[in-house]
Structures are given as structure tokens and as C-alpha cells.
Write a new protein. Structure first.
Ligand SMILES: Cc1cc2nc3c(=O)[nH]c(=O)nc-3n(C[C@H](O)[C@H](O)[C@H](O)COP(=O)(O)OP(=O)(O)OC[C@H]3O[C@@H](n4cnc5c(N)ncnc54)[C@H](O)[C@@H]3O)c2cc1C
Length: 489
């Protein structure tokens, strides 16, 4: 729990022996975890920095059980923390230390209910692991594009509740763009069945969008109808040593036309990040030994298979990279010649978060600005941070096609977590003020949770905050649904 954040006032009604028995009746013994050791992984966040408590972890098996559990909690004023894969990075799935209620894990609700390859959709339960859904779609020659480093353990309900981004947003949009319908258990236990497979539906307010990005504060997503796309058949992945971040955005800008609108991903990596991965993650190899502080992972993909003798993605990429070398934006480049080589490039990109955990204490900001402002943001943001702590080590990287930077720093060598924390408020203010001055967002894709609750209150307007509070109070009048997350109220 960040030391600088004071716990908000949240409901404290206890789980009495009578309530516990009622929970047991609903979910059975295998749906309850009561021992401290068993609860530990659920009440500790992925980074191991937010640690909370829960009277009991409740693991319902279906929507009806979720509904009955929530109704029981509503009647007794008991707070609920919903949780999927517990990979969120803002503490949204972790109970506050003052939490006296339940943690509701969706992990047992992991069934794919229907795949409609002709209609390009699938209906799934909230506890399905993201990677399983990608594989299910691929098994039907279809593509579910949501893709992120935690995909082996995060769950679709968590992805939708955080409106996750990842490495395909550039082409397919955030998680909320991948959804046609939802089923949600509301804070009073009512089930809203919005499981419609409709691309067009202008029947009043689009309620599903309220719950996506709400981080479990307005209800529990239990099922979703997801959109599918044609499976990629011709994919080209390249690792580019580039001049600087300005070159990165110019390369991206020209890549759209050069690829016939087939840019799938465009990830900026600093040398510091790639070196950190190579240091900590066994089996990773440097794709290009180039002397530059900046790299770009560029992937183009088409659903049309490369025909014999015809120009494919890699031919187009080769020609494009030649032009970019001539322009001086690209200094050197390598095109993956096999799936294993492409995979190695992706492993490097996706291992930055685990590598940073191994490297030691750090500070991380998940920000967005408009794409053309990225180079200026990196320059000014690093300077502002170094002015406060000259020996802090910048580790920037980002989904630059979305204007999203993971603007991260590792603490100075040898500095412990506690000492680094003393600098955190000043650096956070400097970075987030810069975000505001450049008309950006202080949370591009990770959400608010606990960690940014005061930053949201600081940077959002009174009108926005009041409107959010009105929505929260209307749907959750007892403030039992993930209380003290996003808003203090
Ligand atoms: C290595 C790594 C890489 C990552 N990369 C990315 C990335 O590229 N892009 C990105 O956006 N994020 C990324 N993340 C963050 C994280 O993976 C995402 O936020 C993910 O969407 C969270 O899913 P989850 O199932 O783990 O959710 P959890 O962590 O369990 O929960 C997240 C939030 O959603 C709520 N919630 C969970 N399930 C439900 C439900 N069914 N109904 C209502 N509320 C619910 C929780 O209460 C909490 O507020 C990364 C994390 C890691 C560890």
C-alpha cells in the first residue's frame, strides 16, 4: 500500500457466523477459502506491495451463485472485492487492510459457452483466462486480439473491468471495443442480462460501457459476448534499432500506408529496458546488437495468406525498412525469420514488468499523450525527474501507437525501497503535472484502483468527479462494491 495514501472510510459490517453459513449454503465448502495461508495470494497484489485482508474468499461456480452471494452481502451491508487473475497493477483487486468483507474470485467461472465463427463472436464466462480465449478463437480459425504480458493468468472479467489495453490497441482498440454484450450482477444482487451479440443497438444508454473500466466498483461482470476477427495468416515481426523517439513516431506514421493498413503493433523500448530483460529473464537473446538507446518492435499482419510468388508482409517490410534506413530513422533492423525469432522479440517486450520486479524498487507511470507529443514528453519527463533525483534510472517504454508510455524508473543503484519512497511524491507530481500540461491522461490502461485514487481526485475536474460519484451512488447506494477504489466518495 503506498504510504502516502490514507485509507478511505469503507463499510465495516463483519461476516458473522450466520452469514458464513449462508455463504456455505450458496457456494458449498469448495467455494470458500477461510484459512490465512489459502487467502494470502488473493489479498496480495501482483507486485507484492498492496496487502489487504478478507474475512473469506468466496469462489462461486455460476452467475446464480454470484447473484445470491451479492444479495446476501447487500442485505447485510458487507463489502465485496471482485477479483479475476489478480494481475492488475493499481491495487484494484486487493482489499484495503481495513476490509472486513469478502473477496469474490471469478476463477471457477471459466467456461467458453459458445463460439460463432460465422458471426465472429464468442460468449464466455468472466473467469476465462485470456490466453485460453486467444487459443479458443485460433482453434476456430479466428482471432481474439486482446494481448498483454499477463495473458497467461489474467481473466477476461478483469480485462474488461480495467478496460485493458495491450499490444494490439493500435488496430483493434481497447478491451471495451472488443465487446458486444455483457452479463453483470449489480450491487443489490440483480442480474442484468445484456448478453447481446449485436453490433448495432441504439436503445438508450449503452449500459455495458458503464461496467468496463469501472474496476469492479459498479457490479460484477459474469459473462461477455466478445468480437472475433479473421485469423492472421501472414505475419511479419521486426526489431529496429532507431535514432530516437521522434524517429519512432515518424516510422509508425509512414508504416500505415507502406503495410497497406496492416500495422498490428508498434512498441517502443529503451535500451535500458531490453538490457534489464536480458539480465533477468533466462533464455532471452538480444535480437540486434546495435549501439542505440532506442528500439522499436514493429509487427504487420494480414488475414490473407501470402500467395506463391506474390508480395507478402515480409517483402513489404523489407522494402520499407530499406527506405527508413536511408532516411536515417532506422539505424539497423532484423526481420524475424521464424516463429521462434518473433517469439523472442515479443518475450523481450513482455518481460519488462517481470524483469523490473527482479531489478529492485522503482516508480512507474502509465501515461498517455497524443502520439506526436511523445518525444517531447519523454525528454521533459526524464529531465523533471532527474532534477529531483539525479541518480534515478529512467526505463521508458510504451505502446506508442496508442500514445501510451510506461514511463518507468528504477531506483538509484543501492537505494532501498523506503528511501526511494521519499522521492516518490515529488516525482509523481512532476510527471503528472507534465501529463496535464500536455493534455494527456495519468492512467492510460492500468486504471486507478488504490494507487492513483488521490491523483484522480487531483487531476479530474469537479464536474467529472461529481458525475462519477452520482453514478456510483445510484448503482451502489450502500457502497459495498469494491469500496475505496477509484473514488473515496
Ligand atoms: C506482466 C504484466 C503485464 C501487463 N501488461 C498490461 C498491458 O499491456 N496492458 C494493460 O492494460 N494491462 C496490463 N497489465 C495489467 C493487468 O494484467 C490488466 O489490468 C488485466 O486486465 C487485469 O486482469 P485480471 O483478471 O488480473 O484482473 P484483476 O487484477 O483480478 O482485477 C482488476 C480489477 O478488475 C476488477 N475485477 C476483476 N474481475 C472482475 C469482474 N469479473 N467483474 C468486475 N470487476 C472485476 C477488480 O476488482 C480490480 O479492480 C499487465 C500486468 C502484468 C502483471
Amino acid at each position: 500500500m503506498p504510504d502516502t495514501i490514507i485509507a478511505p472510510v469503507i463499510p465495516t459490517a463483519p461476516v458473522t457466523p450466520a452469514v458464513l453459513e449462508a455463504l456455505r449454503t450458496i457456494v458449498g465448502d469448495k467455494g470458500l477459502i477461510l484459512d490465512e495461508q489459502g487467502k494470502q495470494p488473493f489479498v496480495t497484489d501482483w507486485r507484492g506491495t498492496n496487502i489487504g485482508t478478507a474475512a473469506v474468499v468466496v469462489r462461486p461456480a455460476n452467475t446464480e451463485e454470484v447473484s445470491r452471494v451479492v444479495k446476501l452481502c447487500f442485505d447485510n451491508g458487507i463489502a465485496i472485492v471482485p477479483q479475476g487473475g489478480n494481475t492488475g497493477l493499481m491495487g484494484g483487486a486487493t482489499p484495503w487492510p481495513t476490509h472486513s468483507g469478502i473477496l469474490l474470485s471469478l476463477g471457477r467461472m471459466n467456461h467458453v459457452l459458445d463460439v460463432d465463427p460465422v458471426g465472429y463472436s464468442m460468449t464466455v464466462e468472466a473467469g476465462c483466462v485470456l490466453q485460453t480465449l486467444q487459443e479458443t478463437a485460433a482453434g476456430h480459425d479466428r482471432f481474439f486480439p486482446l494481448s498483454l504480458g499477463a495473458q497467461g493468468s489474467c481473466m477476461i472479467g478483469g480485462n474488461l473491468s480495467t478496460n485493458a489495453g495491450g499490444v494490439q490497441v493500435l488496430r483493434y482498440g481497447n478491451a471495451r471495443n472488443l465487446v458486444m454484450g455483457l452479463e453483470v450482477v449489480l450491487p443489490n444482487g440483480d442480474v442484468w442480462n445484456g448478453l447481446r451479440s449485436l453490433k448495432k443497438d441504439n436503445t438508450g444508454y449503452d449500459l455495458k460501457h458503464l461496467f468496463m473500466g469501472a474496476e469492479g466498483t459498479l457490479g460484477i461482470i459474469t459473462k461477455a459476448v466478445l468480437k472475433l476477427w479473421p485469423a492472421p495468416k501472414d505475419v511479419c515481426t521486426a526489431w529496429l534499432a532507431i535514432r530516437d523517439p521522434q524517429a519512432a513516431i515518424e516510422i509508425l506514421s509512414e508504416a500505415h500506408a507502406a503495410s497497406d493498413d496492416n500495422v498490428g503493433s508498434c512498441e517502443l523500448m529503451s535500451r535500458a529496458c531490453t538490457d534489464m530483460v536480458l539480465r533477468h529473464i533466462p533464455g532471452t537473446q538480444d535480437p540486434l546488437k546495435a549501439d542505440t538507446p532506442w528500439f522499436l518492435l514493429l509487427e504487420w499482419s494480414s488475414s490473407r495468406p501470402k500467395a506463391e510468388g506474390a508480395e507478402g508482409m515480409s517483402d513489404k517490410m523489407e522494402q520499407f525498412l530499406g527506405e527508413q534506413l536511408e532516411s536515417g530513422r532506422v539505424l539497423d533492423a532484423v526481420i524475424a525469420q521464424s516463429e521462434a525469432q518473433a517469439r523472442n522479440m515479443w518475450v523481450i517486450r513482455e518481460s519488462v514488468a517481470p524483469a523490473s520486479r527482479a531489478e529492485g524498487p522503482g516508480l512507474s507511470y502509465d501515461i498517455s499523450v497524443s502520439i506526436s507529443k511523445i518525444p517531447a514528453f519523454i525528454e521533459k519527463g526524464i529531465k523533471a525527474s532527474l532534477d529531483i533525483l539525479p541518480s534515478i534510472r529512467p526505463y521508458p517504454l510504451g505502446h506508442i501507437g496508442d500514445g501510451n508510455l510506461h514511463f518507468s524508473f528504477m531506483g538509484p543503484k543501492g537505494m532501498d525501497r523506503e528511501t526511494l519512497k521519499q522521492y516518490s511524491p515529488a516525482i509523481t507530481r512532476a510527471v503528472n503535472d507534465l501529463v496535464r500540461d500536455m493534455a494527456g491522461s495519468i492512467s492510460a490502461e492500468h486504471g486507478i484502483g488504490i494507487d492513483k485514487i488521490d491523483e484522480l481526485a487531483h487531476y479530474r475536474s469537479r464536474i467529472e468527479l461529481d458525475t462519477m460519484r452520482s453514478l456510483k451512488r445510484a448503482l451502489d447506494p450502500k457502497n459495498i462494491m469494491n469500496p475505496g477504489k477509484i473514488l473515496r466518495l
